[in-house]
Write a protein that binds this ligand. Sequence first.
Ligand code: ADP
Ligand code: MG
Length: 337
Amino acid sequence: MLKFIRVTKKYNADKPALDSVSFDIDSGELVVITGPSGSGKTTLLKLLTKDEDPTEGEIYFKEENINLLKRSKVPYHRRKIGSVFQDYKLLPELNIWENIALALSILGHPDHEIEEKVTDLLKLVGLTDKAYLFPHQLSGGEAQRISIARALSTAPEMIFADEPTGNLDAANSLIIAKLLKKINDLGTTVMVTTHDPVVIKHLSGSRMMELKDGVLIDSNEKKEKKKEKEEKAEDKEDDKDKGESKKTKEDEEFPKTKDNVKEKKKSMFNLFGMFGKKKQQPKEEIDDKKVEDSKSDDQDKKEDKAEDEDSEDNDKKKELTKEKKEIKKVTKSKEDK
Ligand code: ADP
Ligand code: MG
C-alpha cells in the first residue's frame, strides 16, 4: 500500500532529515515509528501527504508514484490519508460537530448522510455528548479523539498519527493508543509516530520501525534476517523436515494473511456502513460490497470530474476558496441562529 524506496530528504546543506529510507507497508497493517525529536518522523508524514517532496527516491501510495502526482491531484491523494497531529489542529471557530463534518460538507455529501457519519464517528470515539462544544472547551485527550474522528470522516485508507499523545498524560495516551488499535482492527491501515512509552507498550505487538538521525531500522527486516538465519540452520540440521518447520515458523511470525486483512476491511465497512448507506437501513443489513462500491464510485466520479478541468492552479484555488466559503457559511449560519 505504501512504499518508500531509498527516500532522502534534505531541507538544506546540513545532514539530511531522512537518509535513504526504504520500507513497504501492506494494507491493514499497524506500524509504530519510534525515534527521538528531530529524527525525521514529521518529515515522513510531510512526504506522504506531499507537503514536501523528496530530494531523492520514490514514494508509492497504492501503486501510484506520488512524486509524479499532478498538483491538481494532491487534494484527492490527501483525502486517502487521515492525518492526526500532536496539536490536534481543530478549527477553533467551528464546534466539534462542524469540525468533523467540514470535509464531507466540502465534498458535497448530502446533509442526512453527513449527520449519520458524524453521529457514528462521535460514537466511535465516545464523545457524543461533546458535539456542540467548541475545541477550547475540550480536554487535550478529548480534542485528540475528535481530531481522530475528523481524520476518519472521509473514510481514508490510512491514518497517519504524528506523535498523537505528545501533549497528553499517561491515562489519555492509553485511550488514544487503544483507539488507534481499534481503528486498525476495524480495517484501516495505521501509521503512528511516537516516543511515548505508554503507546509503545500498548502497541508492542505491532510492527516497529525506528528512526535515528534520519536512518530507518525496520523490525520486519530484523525478522527477515532472523528467519533467514533460522532457515539456514534448519537446512543443515534436517533436510527432510525443512518444509514443515518452515511453514510453522512463518505462521507464527506473520499471522497477517491476506484473508485476515480482508476480514478486517469488511468489519470496518460494517462500522462505516454509514459511508454511502441509506438512512432507514439497519446497519446489519448493509451489503459490504455495495457500500465499498458506492464509495469508490463516488470517488471515481469526483476524480474524473477533476481530471476534466484543465488548469492545475485553478483547481487548487477553487479547492481553497471552497473550503473558505464552507467555513464562512457554517460560521454565518451559526451567527444567524
Ligand atoms: P521529528 O518529527 O522526528 O522531530 P522532523 O521531521 O520534524 O523530526 O525533523 C527532522 C530534521 O529536519 C530536524 O533536524 C529538523 O530540524 C529538520 N527540519 C524539519 N523541517 C525543516 C524545515 N522546514 N526546514 C529545515 N529543516 C527542517
Ligand atoms: Mg515531529
